[in-house]
Design a protein around this ligand. Structure first.
Ligand code: BGC
Length: 273
């Protein structure tokens, strides 16, 4: 089964055999603009147990419609343990503050109350999608042995998501570095994968734009490592060597499972950004 097509098949015997109470395992759901994806995560290896389950994001992606979809995914695996859920949004103090690629009705909602009404579990974590990906990549990705300094993980997609990790993997949540003004426009308008596609830029041209943005982050945070993710990282060999940063940059390794894995980690750790 292709990892990007909807996956209506039943949960496997291996998945149903996992005990939700076993702290070795967790559950993550990644809410994106086009798909809602979830699965059981082995927290020792950072790998999914079997396939993930994906349902198309309901349109409009209102809080109630998305919560019902998340509940369907959790129920698919008969999971009753802690659940981590990502949103393409700033989530702080138990409130959704922004909404990128999901309905604006999300802004100001209490996601704990919302998901609490749809899910059996009382143990929930709701966090920004890039923050979740950053947690997972810093622990299980390529640069995982370098997390002692400040690590900046970016997801280069429709927008730019960011996660800052320090002290061996501690998260500074909701950094929204994609919205930093760099020159005349915000970073994600010049260096996201969408910007490359919309302007039909070559890798050389786009790497120049991305380098300019990364230089800005270097000035502000003196990172020890950039981890660069998003679908475009599958072709990282075409553009990472073209970057002019002094900080080393590595491609994300988990890619489309990072959000699920990081959400599951955050939920098991009882994180409340
Ligand atoms: C949003 C972030 C999100 C990122 C990736 C940005 O446009 O502001 O909250 O993490 O897109 O989805």
């Amino acid at each position: 089964m292709s990892s990007d097509s909807p996956s209506p098949g039943p949960a496997s015997a291996e998945q149903l055999a996992v005990d939700s109470a076993d702290p070795r395992y967790g559950f993550g759901v990644d809410v994106g603009g086009s798909g809602v994806k979830g699965g059981i995560v082995d927290l020792q290896t950072g790998e999914l147990v079997g396939d993930r389950f994906k349902i198309k994001t309901p349109q409009p992606a209102t809080p109630t419609a998305v919560a019902a979809t998340v509940a369907e995914i959790v129920a698919h695996f008969s999971w009753a343990g802690p659940v981590g859920i990502t949103l393409p949004a700033v989530v702080s103090g138990g409130v959704v503050r922004t909404a990128a690629n999901i309905d604006h009705e999300w802004i100001g909602t209490d996601p704990y109350d919302l998901f609490g009404h749809h899910l059996v579990t009382r143990s929930l974590t709701v966090l920004n999608d890039a923050d979740a990906a950053g947690l997972a990549e810093a622990k299980f990705g390529l640069g995982a042995d370098e997390v002692d300094g400040v690590v900046i993980m970016l997801t280069l997609g429709t927008g730019i998501g960011s996660a800052i990790l320090f002290n061996g993997g501690q998260l500074l949540p909701n950094t929204e570095l994609g919205h930093l003004q760099v020159g005349k426009t915000i970073a994600e308008e010049q260096a996201s994968a969408r910007a490359k596609e919309e302007h039909d830029w070559s890798y050389e041209k786009w790497a120049g734009k991305l380098s300019r943005v990364l230089h800005e982050y270097e000035k502000l945070f003196s990172p020890t490592l950039f981890i660069l993710g998003g679908g475009i990282s599958r072709k990282a060999n075409k553009w990472i060597p073209l970057l002019s940063t002094t900080t080393p940059a590595v491609p994300a390794r988990l890619l489309n499972t990072a959000g699920i894995v990081g959400a599951a980690m955050a939920a098991r750790d009882g994180l409340r950004p």
